[in-house]
Design a protein around this ligand. Structure first.
Ligand code: HEC
Ligand code: HEC
Length: 219
């Protein structure tokens, strides 16, 4: 009984060694195959490989498409170069001398939310609104869109001192990709206001394509 146990323990050990060396061998064979796969030339690349390789030309083209939305009035009106938001498709300065204030929420006596409610108010020239408190970017991070070239806008998005402190492209684009209500409002602006030139889904896909392809900026 005792020796049988002894024997079976040794047997188990042997088996373990055999299994381990099989695994080791399989591992080598696998990594060798991987190396061979890594060395394949462009002509035999699968479509999947091509799609996942960062492509600066694709990134630039995607950014240029997305920029049409960033520069459209519904977005750019809240992202002005000065401290006064703009309004309408002509992007004229906001009436009543409205200004940014430190936090982008207006100044005492003229808070954005005094007029802008949690929904678009019906009627000509009534203030628009959405589920999130209506405000513009704060004074220390103005996140300007107006008056820039696509290249400048792209460069700013990648600069933590200008993009709200975000360290990665994906984080800088979270505001868009997580469907922030202020962004989504652009496609439901109320009172016959015009929409950005492409759908939210098409825009979001272009932003993702730009990020996935390495985020190169247009020339
Ligand atoms: C005294 C009321 C009032 C205050 C305060 C106010 N707004 Fe407005 N805002 C309006 C009205 C009314 C309109 C609509 C004008 C129209 O459609 O002709 C408007 C329009 C806008 C638009 C234009 C929307 C578009 O795309 O055409 C933006 C952007 C805007 N406001 C931002 C702000 C921000 C940011 C603040 C705070 C810093 C603010 N507003 C404070 C009344 C106000
Ligand atoms: C009512 C004002 C308002 C409107 C309209 C608006 N935004 Fe913004 N946006 C903001 C504010 C405020 C921030 C700063 C983040 C925050 O406080 O939510 C911001 C931040 C951003 C950022 C991050 C900025 C950066 O530099 O990384 C992006 C991108 C952005 N907005 C895109 C858009 C797009 C696209 C639209 C139009 C579809 C739009 N915004 C419309 C107010 C607005």
């Amino acid at each position: 009984m005792k020796s049988a146990t002894h024997f079976s323990k040794r047997g188990t050990l042997k088996l373990a060694v055999v299994v381990a060396s099989c695994l080791l061998f399989a591992g080598f064979a696998w990594s060798e195959r991987r190396e061979r796969e890594d060395r394949v030339d462009g002509s035999s690349m699968t479509e999947e490989t091509v799609a996942s390789a960062p492509d600066p030309a694709k990134a630039k083209a995607a950014f240029n498409e997305a920029a049409k939305v960033f520069f459209s009035a519904r977005c750019a009106n809240c992202h002005p170069a000065s401290d006064t938001p703009t309004q309408g498709d002509e992007m004229t300065p906001h009436t009543m001398g409205v200004t940014r204030g430190d936090e982008g929420k207006g100044v005492y006596g003229q808070r954005c939310t005094t007029c802008h409610q949690n929904e678009n108010l019906a009627g000509e020239h009534m203030p628009p609104g959405t589920s999130k408190d209506w405000h513009m970017p704060p004074a220390n991070q103005k996140m300007v869109f107006q008056g820039l070239t696509p290249r400048q806008l792209c460069t700013n998005f990648k600069d933590p001192s200008k993009n709200g402190g975000h360290k990665t492209l994906a984080a800088a684009m979270e505001h868009v990709q997580k469907r922030d209500p202020l962004v989504m409002w652009g496609w439901e602006p109320g009172n016959g206001r015009t929409l950005p030139p492409i759908s939210f889904d098409a825009f979001s896909a272009k932003v993702q394509e730009w990020v996935d392809n390495g985020g190169a900026c247009p020339d």
